[in-house]
Ligand binder design. Structure first.
Ligand code: ATP
Ligand code: MG
Length: 328
């Protein structure tokens, strides 16, 4: 369904070009759930925003291809892109509170999303045979019910501040689903929520995936959550993809020294009583990336080639690969 090839996102800055996304390639099958994990600032959101054509100014896509169902999204006109965005591809943005407008009723906001899609997509199979507000309201109530908002009739007329965090996130998911997307990009959809609500939202996303066959890219810094939810995991570091493989294998038999370091440093993945081992050093400045592997200055197994030359992708077992000289 989706293939991303050598994607690059650059921000000009006084210190030089910030390479927020650097040579990232991955693919997604129809109906698949892929996890994109990595530390803060490693380029996860920019990767998703690129798929939506929404990289914020002054950033720009500096190279690569994004093939979605046979079309390179980077070659489409703005109006064609708008037709795909929010219709075939929808996104749950990282900051949920900025998605809902505080001065409009929640039901109206879901209805607005539906109306926009109706305008963009008049041919939509009988969804609005009567395009009256009554038909739209019916559809909104159904969507609100689908995402588990109780008593939708009553909730329709409430404002966002009358919704709990979890209910707000459900409303946001309803807006994203209003176009019945084939691909849902979920950027940290549960970070602002407490653990039990987090589980409910993840459950809801899984149901949507199973019921509608919606492909999902889940961005999170929570590796344990990603491992449980996703079929495959992609690990990013400093704008680059470092490892890609089946979720289970990435967690239990990581290939890349960065993934290994990440796993040793996470409280929820280290066995009780064992010490946590933070990765020494700091994330590099994306405007002044080291030559060679971006992780090499912090890597405990790096040798001179790692410091000098960009590492190759090495597939040690089928479908599980990492970008590392030490695997060659
Ligand atoms: N306006 C900007 N100007 C310059 N650089 C920017 C700008 N916006 C983002 N960046 C760079 O892009 C990098 C990637 O940002 P991105 O938001 O994709 O990270 P992320 O992995 O989603 O992090 P988080 O987990 O904190 O959400 C950042 O490290 C930052 O250096
Ligand atoms: Mg982000």
């Amino acid at each position: 369904m989706l293939t991303v090839e050598n994607l690059a996102v650059h921000f000009p800055s006084r210190r030089g070009t910030v390479k927020a996304v650097n040579d990232v390639s991955f693919s997604l099958d129809a109906g698949e759930i892929l996890g994109l994990v990595g530390e803060s600032g490693c380029g996860k959101s920019m990767t998703l925003l690129s798929l939506m054509g929404l990289v914020p100014y002054p950033g720009q896509i500096a190279g690569g291809k994004i093939n979605f169902q046979g079309q390179n999204l980077l070659e489409l006109s703005n109006s064609d892109l708008r037709r795909i965005r929010g219709r075939q591809i929808a996104m749950i943005f990282q900051d949920p509170l900025t998605t809902l407008n505080p001065v409009f009723k929640v039901g109206e906001q879901v209805a607005e999303a539906l109306r926009v899609h109706q305008i963009l997509e008049p041919e939509k199979k009988g969804l609005f045979s009567r395009s009256s507000s009554g038909a739209i309201k019916e559809e909104v109530l159904k969507l609100m019910q689908d995402v588990g908002i109780p008593a939708p009739e009553q909730r329709f007329d409430e404002y966002p501040h009358q919704f709990s965090g979890g209910m707000q996130q459900r409303a946001i998911i309803a807006i994203a689903l209003s176009c019945r997307p084939q691909l849902l990009l979920a950027d940290e959809p549960t970070t602002a929520l407490d653990v039990t609500v987090q589980a409910q939202i993840m459950d809801l996303l899984r149901q949507i995936n199973q019921r509608e066959g919606t492909g999902i890219i889940l961005v999170t810094h929570n590796l344990a959550l990603a491992a449980e939810f996703c079929r495959r995991l992609a690990v990013m570091y400093a704008g680059e993809l470092m490892e890609l493989g089946p979720a289970e294998a990435v967690i239990t038999e990581p290939l890349h020294p960065y993934t290994k370091g990440l796993l040793r440093s996470l409280p929820y993945l280290v066995p009780k009583g064992s010490p946590l081992t933070p990765i020494p050093g700091n994330v590099p400045d994306l405007a002044q990336l080291p030559a060679g592997c971006p992780f090499s200055p912090r890597c405990d197994v790096a040798d001179h080639v790692c410091l000098e030359k960009e590492p190759p992708w090495v597939e040690t077992v089928p479908d599980h690969a990492a970008r590392c000289w030490r695997l060659t």
